[in-house]
Design a protein. Structure first.
Length: 127
């Protein structure tokens, strides 16, 4: 009795595996393509893409509220930056940045010349 039940279950498992193999092979052959233009006879089955949901549109009033809120945020950030930063005039800021940049360039040139002394010799020879 149990042997016959096990035999039937095994047969059904084999049948299901065959069906699975057929379905999976049918799916791969429909999508798999050869290089070049496909022939009219071998039309490729392409799954239909789902339609994208329509996006909700924001009203003009809603956009204006978002705009005003963002302006308030920017103002708060600017106000915080003014209170924390030391007051420097723009000319002093520019001159301080220029001096720092020049000092960095001079340091990098000095280190380059120290690490490659042969460049000065080569420039004299090939000049």
């Amino acid at each position: 009795m149990t042997k016959s039940i096990l035999f039937e279950i095994g047969a059904q498992i084999a049948l299901l595996r065959q069906a699975k193999a057929l379905l999976s092979s049918a799916r791969t052959t429909a999508i798999k393509r050869k290089p070049g233009r496909p022939s009219k006879a071998a039309a490729v089955v392409v799954p239909v893409a789902q339609k994208a949901k329509k996006r909700k549109k924001m009203s003009a009033e809603g956009r204006e509220r978002v705009r005003q809120a963002q302006i308030k945020r920017w103002a708060a950030v600017r106000q915080a930056a003014k209170t924390t930063a030391a007051p420097l005039s723009t000319s002093k800021k520019k001159s301080a940045k220029a001096a720092a940049g020049k000092a960095a360039r001079v340091r990098s040139q000095d280190s380059t010349q120290q690490s490659r002394p042969w460049e000065s010799l080569m420039s004299r020879i090939y000049a």
